[in-house]
Design a binder for this molecule. Structure first.
Ligand code: GLY
Length: 393
């Protein structure tokens, strides 16, 4: 059998896989990354909200801890990726302006207030503001909005820009192979490599699975469920584009609008999302989903009526049983960086810190050490096996 030998093979070249590959390269490893369509999974649909506060759901305290720990690393992560790729500061679109949460009707406002109570319980920063104040912060907010909150700590970055920067870095220093991993190679209870779908073998001391929701085909412990979501990309001119991230509910349905940095003519790309379904991943965009997203987005931001619809994208988020990721050693030679569900972009720097730690690189500073500790506490790949055996996870 023909074969390649390297220190680390990464399976999956989405934002998580390329981040793992970059960290391994920084640790001095030789790295090969396998993916037939880099960045064409959840990364492609992601809006890039860095939102540990408004993504915190009831019963998801652990994820909120992971999210806040990762958010603290985002500025340093963005700067390092930009430097490594030879890009100017700001190239990956990190924007730390904050987020406006808005409620459409009275029931939506009651729901928002319940969330604000949850935020206080979890120690997350958010504050109710009157609808008038919301319109002062974002003049595009529509007249029907009944109430709002300002969330100073929820931000955004551009996932496609981050992915492009990571691709530059990894392509220069590592090897990108456009093939699918077909099987892991085991020896004496340890993973020692991967075989691709053309039969080529890659031997490696470490295999990182960063596979999205298909990882269970390679290793049952990496199995996740697909949670398809649709996002839309619009182009809005200067008079109609929101200037901040706006999230809200419209008669109970969640919707968000994430404006990218303005172009020279003042127009912006605005990402509107997202549906969230528990069904198979067929990547097909439903007409009703596009309709509902636009209907709800324009209820909050009527100016979006004049925007141009550029793209509809449907991809599956990889969901674990508790919707927190798998970050850690799953077997000798096998590291999991998978199952990031709704928060892949937010949790990218935390994943970088966890991979650094796994490869023996000292975390750079207290925030990274805190992220590594949070990953060990809430993202241990063995946590469900412990539960199955009657332990506590
Ligand atoms: N993080 C937002 C989403 O998954 O839609």
């Amino acid at each position: 059998m023909s074969g390649h030998v390297c220190d680390v093979v990464v399976v999956g070249a989405g934002i998580i896989g390329l981040t793992a590959a970059w960290r391994a390269l920084e640790a001095g490893a030789s790295v090969t990354v396998l993916d037939p369509a880099p960045g064409d999974g959840a990364t492609r649909a992601a809006a890039g909200m860095l939102a540990p506060v408004l993504e915190a759901g009831f019963g998801e305290a652990g994820q909120a801890r992971l999210g806040t720990a990762s958010l603290a690393l985002w500025p340093g992560f963005a700067a390092r990726v930009e430097r490594a790729a030879g890009l100017p500061p700001g190239a990956v679109g990190l924007d730390t302006t904050g987020t406006l949460a808005v409620a459409y009707d009275g029931d939506d406002l009651a729901g928002l207030r319940r969330l604000l109570v949850l935020h206080r319980q979890l120690g997350l920063g958010s504050a109710e503001i009157p609808a008038d104040e919301a319109r002062r912060r974002e003049p595009g907010v529509g007249p029907r909005v009944t109430g709002a909150a300002w969330v100073p700590g929820d931000h955004q970055a551009d996932p496609r820009a981050v992915h492009a920067a990571l691709t530059t870095v990894v392509a220069v220093r590592g090897t990108l192979v456009g093939r699918r991993a077909a099987a892991l190679t085991w020896s004496g209870g340890a993973v020692v490599g991967v075989v691709d779908d053309a039969g080529t073998a890659y031997r490696a001391g470490t295999v990182v699975l960063a596979t999205g929701h298909a990882g269970g085909d390679l290793f049952p412990g990496a199995a996740t469920r697909p949670v398809p979501g649709t996002t839309l990309r619009l182009r809005a001119d200067a008079d109609h584009a929101p200037g901040v991230v706006v999230r809200g509910t419209v008669q109970g349905r969640p919707v968000y609008a994430v404006p990218r940095a303005p172009r020279v003519d003042g127009s912006r790309e605005v990402v509107v999302g997202a549906t969230s379904d528990e069904r198979d991943d067929d990547r097909l965009t439903r007409a009703g989903d596009v309709f509902a997203l636009l209907r709800d987005a324009r209820a909050l931001l009527p100016g979006l009526d004049d925007a141009v619809l550029l793209e509809t994208t449907t991809r599956a988020r990889p969901g674990t049983p508790d919707n927190a990721p798998y970050l850690g050693w799953a077997a000798d030679g096998l590291y999991l960086a998978a199952g990031h569900h709704r928060n892949g972009i937010l949790l990218t720097p935390l994943t970088a810190a966890a991979v650094d730690h796994a490869l023996g690189v000292a975390p750079p500073g207290p925030d990274a050490a805190a992220a590594v500790a949070a990953a060990a506490r809430y993202a241990d790949p063995h946590r469900f096996a412990q539960l199955d055996q009657g332990g506590t996870a």
